[in-house]
Unconditional design. Structure first.
Length: 328
């Protein structure tokens, strides 16, 4: 018998549910906090880009996450748009929306989210080449009509003199441009879907000869680096004492790790969850010591220490790889 947790995890996902609740809380205050708006609006595009590049998540999980995050992202900008808009821009927005939705209906949900492109084990089918599709709108516009429709939609919003959130619409266009380039050029990690495993194993082979003290120092230097980076960001954009913003950021970080680390994504103690907890603790430390320490000095000092341990690994993979080695 399925429990409530199983149902939520299958159809919504706890992370997505938290982001939905955060969106509703922000909506209650008419989306006044621009920082939260941009973070929530960008998460849909970030996971789409990460999925195409790293391919660490099963298609069914991606299809569960992406529509929910798209509802959040598009729901925010449409809410802001319909509060005050002109009829001329609405026509452009509607035309773009109809073109995009007709392309999505022709492809179907799975193929709209890269089923054909991501499945490299099977023979190419007609959906892997838009020029082979004979149904509308692909029989009229063969070059990515779904993305083209979205370009038109957001251009319509930008063209409206009453619309006050033009940078937000521009952000949507930029993200779609990135997705278009990825799709058209088929840019993805050649190690996908084992990118993290390969890098993590290489990392472990490099450091497994070190004793526990060196590993502990390595973890400490990474933590201090995180505190320094987060502290410097917090000095420019204060957020460490904003509990709702921290919740949003934590959910987003967890999603980023989940879409780049192919490691038991449904486990409570997965590397993506542990890595997110690691960053959350760093944010909490920043909230407690802000205005008491120079974060730039802390960051430089920790990087000097870290340089003795790490040279070619980026921070995204250093954290989970280090945790993996630390808990062994």
């Amino acid at each position: 018998m399925k429990t409530g947790n199983d149902i939520i995890n299958k159809h919504i996902g706890f992370n997505n549910l938290l982001l939905l609740l955060c969106s509703l809380i922000i909506a209650k205050y008419n989306f006044r906090d621009i920082n939260k708006i941009y973070v929530l609006s960008s998460m849909y595009y970030i996971i789409v880009i990460l999925q195409y590049i790293f391919r660490a998540i099963p298609l069914k999980t991606f299809i569960r996450d992406a529509p929910i995050l798209k509802i959040i992202s598009w729901g925010i900008i449409f809410y802001l748009y319909i509060k005050d808009y002109s009829s001329s821009s609405a026509i452009i927005v509607l035309c773009g929306f109809l073109l995009g939705i007709s392309a999505a209906l022709t492809l179907g949900l799975e193929n709209s989210y890269f089923k054909a492109e991501l499945d490299k084990t099977k023979e190419p089918n007609k959906l892997q080449n838009h020029k082979r599709i004979k149904d509308f709108p692909y029989n009229v516009i063969s070059f990515h009509p779904m993305i083209l429709g979205n370009f038109i939609l957001f251009y319509g919003m930008i063209s409206d003199p009453k619309f006050k959130y033009k940078p937000l619409a521009i952000m949507h266009i930029i993200f779609y441009l990135c997705i278009l380039i990825l799709e058209h050029k088929d840019i993805y990690s050649k190690l996908a879907p084992n990118t993290f495993k390969v890098i993590s194993d290489d990392f472990e082979n490099k450091f497994k000869k070190h004793n526990k003290t060196n590993i502990n120092l390595h973890m400490l230097s990474i933590f201090l680096s995180l505190v320094g980076i987060i502290g410097m960001i917090n000095n420019k954009i204060p957020f460490a004492n904003d509990k709702l913003f921290i919740l949003i950021i934590t959910c987003c970080i967890q999603m980023i790790f989940k879409y780049t680390i192919d490691n038991d994504i449904d486990s409570l103690f997965s590397l993506s969850n542990l890595s997110t907890l690691f960053i959350f603790i760093a944010i909490y430390v920043v909230s407690q010591i802000q205005n008491k320490i120079n974060f730039t000095t802390l960051l430089i000092s920790s990087i000097i220490i870290l340089k003795f341990f790490v040279n070619k690994y980026n921070l995204l993979y250093i954290i989970p790889s280090s945790i993996k080695l630390f808990i062994k």
